[in-house]
Design a protein around this ligand. Structure first.
Ligand code: NAD
Ligand code: IPM
Ligand code: MN
Length: 357
């Protein structure tokens, strides 16, 4: 039996998570696995119900599970709260920290059926298959923050720090991933300006000696942002710090057709967390318009990384591939001549392909 904490969260979170659960259910029935789901409150809805975006109960449920499936959190309703009560800082970051999830895997894979759904040219993106390893529990997000009054206004500070230990463990992980792929690692930093980036680069250069079979390159983050659009096929594995990884992966999601296609796995501790890379999309929430595929693909990553069910993970990915190849489209990946579907219908299509596989 596999115990899964289910945290739908806010906005489209409550629409996309049930579709991923639907898919897990079909996998369970087909392959005789028992998934036990425990739903818990997180984010703005948890704040509204309990006064805190990460109630103790929720953290306990996550800790007692084998894996966490998260939708998304945050939204305009909670933007004015004191920072420690905001869903992002008060719930998501502590969840990642408490569960020790230092490695965030964001695979950017273009399903062949979606070559024309992207705003980018077909020849630029056809065949894109890269993965970003984002450091997730350090850097600017977790550094000390402060505000003080100064002459003429206020001064705000966010401390950016990294230790060699933090850099080494994510970079080592990235090398191991590269060894299972095309043996190419690109480390992204801003070593021409930032001290933590200089330490980052030195640390990667040291570790590179242990992985002579992997081709190591270094790239400045501004150049990387451009290269991802100019020639994304040059990349295999990208490893980078927390905030650079956040920004580059939203950008890279367009290589896959839509941010609604980009899954993620956060691992490193006993319990892995799986969530789409996108947010709660308040602009389309509650309208059955959200693309559930990033969440469904995140559930596939759960099967792979937390439960070691590789065959089942591949079946889910193949069902997603078939759904888009057959022309089923939520509005974000819509193109002429396709079959328009909503969130629920897309989940049904994928689940249907799995049960008939
Ligand atoms: P967002 O990712 O929620 O939305 C950006 C754009 O992408 C919107 O136009 C949205 O409609 C679209 N989009 C996102 N997911 C989609 C999907 N599955 N299908 C179709 N379209 C999709 O980013 P934002 O608007 O900057 O943030 C909204 C809220 O989400 C904020 O409160 C932010 O802090 C939060 N957020 C949470 C997470 C998380 O929980 N992991 C991640 C990012 C942002
Ligand atoms: C993400 C999100 C989060 C991040 C926010 C909501 C804290 O943008 O998961 O990419 O920046 O890590
Ligand atoms: Mn982000």
């Amino acid at each position: 039996m596999y115990k899964i904490a289910v945290l739908p969260g806010d906005g489209i979170g409550v629409e996309i998570v049930p579709e991923a659960v639907k898919v897990l259910q079909v996998i369970g029935e087909k392959f005789n696995h028992q998934f036990e789901y425990t739903e818990a409150l997180v984010g703005g809805e948890a704040y509204d119900a309990t006064g805190h975006p990460l109630p103790d109960d929720t953290l306990k449920i996550c800790r007692q599970s084998d894996a966490v499936l998260l939708g998304a959190i945050g939204g305009p309703k909670w933007e004015q709260l004191p920072v420690h009560l905001r869903p992002e800082v008060g719930a998501l970051l502590p969840l990642r920290k408490e569960l020790g999830l230092y490695a965030n895997l964001r695979p950017c894979f273009l399903f062949p059926g979606l070559t024309h759904a992207s705003t980018l040219k077909e020849e630029t993106i056809a065949g894109v298959d890269l993965i970003v390893l984002r450091e997730l529990t350090g850097g600017l997000y977790f550094g000390e923050k402060s505000r003080q009054e100064v002459e003429g206004g206020i001064k705000a500070t966010d401390v950016l720090s990294y230790t060699t230990f933090e850099i080494e463990r994510i970079v080592r992980y990235a090398y191991e991933v590269a060894r299972k792929r095309r043996n190419k690692l690109c480390s992204v930093d801003k070593a021409n300006v930032i001290e933590t980036s200089r330490l980052w680069r030195e640390t990667v250069m040291e570790l590179a000696k242990e992985y002579p079979d992997v081709e190591t390159t270094h790239m400045y983050v501004d150049n990387c942002a451009m290269q991802l659009i100019r020639n994304p096929k040059q990349f295999d594995v990208i490893v980078t710090e927390n905030m650079f990884g956040d920004i580059l992966t939203d950008e890279a999601s367009m290589l896959t057709g839509s941010i609604g296609m980009l899954p993620s796995a956060s691992i490193g501790g006993k319990v892995g967390m799986y969530e789409p890379s996108h947010g709660s999309a308040p602009d389309i929430a509650g309208q059955n318009k959200a693309n559930p595929l990033a969440t469904i693909l995140s559930a596939a990553m759960m099967l792979r990384y937390s439960f070691n069910l590789e065959k089942e993970a591949v079946i889910v990915e193949q069902a997603v591939s078939k759904a888009v190849a057959e022309g089923y489209r939520t509005p974000d990946i819509m193109e002429d001549g396709s079959k328009p579907v909503g969130t629920v219908e897309m989940g049904d299509v994928v689940a249907g392909y799995i049960s008939n596989a």
